[in-house]
Design a protein around this ligand. Structure first.
Ligand code: FAD
Length: 373
């Protein structure tokens, strides 16, 4: 039986997350300007307990990957997203990697990852491929990776990534242990936002992969509802940034004495409604994802809808805040300027049209009333 995290433990974790998110917010401007991952902040991430939080309690974590704790994970992701979206991206990848290993890995793989993370390592999930893709060549003791990963966050920083690789027609997950000096190419990461995520290409050819590295069986990575349903986590990070933007908009209106203007009040009303709408959806998506008796296709459909609602809310909030604040929201180092750049960039997630249309199709083909979808 999974021990229930005590309310005191949960409160302490949330308090530490809030403190960490405040520090991340204070340092985000410098990290963005230098386009680097702040390693001292990352040490605080480890000291705060957040690095271990996704592991089960028996391994020193707070069980954030377990079903009944998805609501707590949602709160933590919102907080970190409100602090610095680049850090939230790295944190989300770290949590995703741990949850994949906990779900599909062996006890030995889970324990080895927990030991490394407790020792300061960071995990991530690198799935994106170039045209050639990452493959496993050879067999048995001679099996090794050939190729590279692209759009890998934390390149040069993450040392325990899960990478997806093809073996014939099969897709497998490999949990790697990389030395810190592995070759990376960050030259292509000239994105408008999310500059301090060290997102780049990583050459992996020649790395041996055997029983210790292969996690689960072919097809586990994209197994539903976890693959598409887990998208609620990046929505939670986006939501945190939206909430921060709306709070900053209020600070601006009050400090400039512009809050009583009817047009601004209309913008405020729309922003509050958009942020709260997204929150209802994201929290419900997290709750359904963590439900013990979930219907896989319903979870995927609801999460896909949540992606659409979150994206629309974020775009509406950014437009309202930029129009309501005006030019200062485009001038560095305004946090509004940075958050809008980061959010606009991080909103670009895979196949949004397909997510939306699959969700519509899934309801169309069902017989449930829309109120029960
Ligand atoms: C900050 C950041 C960090 C990232 N870190 C990682 C990481 O660590 N690991 C990792 O694996 N990935 C990472 N990624 C990549 C991410 O997972 C996605 O692969 C990427 O963001 C996809 O963006 P896209 O807009 O190019 O998506 P696309 O899916 O190409 O979508 C672009 C548009 O094309 C449409 N479209 C898509 N397919 C088709 C089609 N077949 N026909 C017609 N239209 C289509 C979409 O609906 C959308 O309108 C990161 C991305 C960002 C922004």
């Amino acid at each position: 039986m999974i021990p229930i995290l005590s309310p005191t433990h949960t409160k302490a974790l949330i308090d530490r997350s809030r403190l960490f998110a405040t520090t991340a917010f204070d340092r985000a401007d410098k990290a963005d300007a230098t386009a680097t991952i702040d390693s001292t902040l990352w040490s605080e991430f480890h000291r705060s307990g957040l690095a271990m939080a996704a592991f089960p309690e028996r391994l020193g974590g707070s069980g954030l990957c377990e079903n009944e704790r998805q609501g707590v994970l949602c709160t933590v992701l919102r907080m970190v997203g409100a602090g610095d979206l680049s850090i939230a991206r790295l944190f989300e990848g770290h949590v995703n990697a741990i949850s994949l290993v906990c779900r599909y890995g062996t006890e030995a793989q889970i324990a080895s990852l927990a030991i490394d993370v407790a020792d300061g390592a960071t995990a991530g999930v690198w799935g994106a491929d170039d045209a050639a893709g990452l493959t496993i060549v050879g067999a048995g003791n001679a099996a090794e990776l050939r190729g590279r990963k692209i759009l890998a966050s934390g390149a040069g920083f993450v040392t325990r990534p899960i990478v997806t690789a093809k073996a014939g027609d099969d897709q497998l997950m490999c949990l790697l242990r990389l030395a810190l000096d592995y070759p990376v190419d960050l030259s292509g990461w000239t994105a408008q936002g999310m500059r301090s995520t060290a997102t780049g290409a990583v050459e992996l050819s020649g790395i041996a992969v055997g029983g210790d590295e292969i996690v689960g069986v072919a097809g586990d990575f994209m197994r539903q509802p976890y693959f598409s349903g887990g998208a609620w986590r990046f929505c939670a990070a986006h939501l945190g940034a939206m909430e921060r933007l709306v709070d900053l908009f209020r600070d601006h209106l009050i400090s400039r004495g512009r809050g009583e203007d009817p047009y601004q009040l209309q913008r405020v009303a729309h922003c509050v409604a958009a942020a709260r709408t997204a929150r209802f959806w994201v929290e419900e998506a997290a709750r359904r994802f963590g439900s013990d008796d979930k219907d896989a296709s319903a979870v995927v459909g609801f999460t896909n809808m949540t992606r659409m609602v979150t994206e629309r809310s974020a775009l509406d909030i950014m437009e309202a805040v930029q129009r309501g604040v005006g030019l200062p929201s485009f001038i560095r180092p305004s946090p509004i300027e940075r958050i809008c750049r980061d959010l606009a960039t991080y909103l670009r997630q895979p196949v949004p049209d397909l997510a939306m249309s699959d969700a519509a199709r899934s309801w169309l083909r069902s017989s449930v009333s829309v109120g029960d979808f």
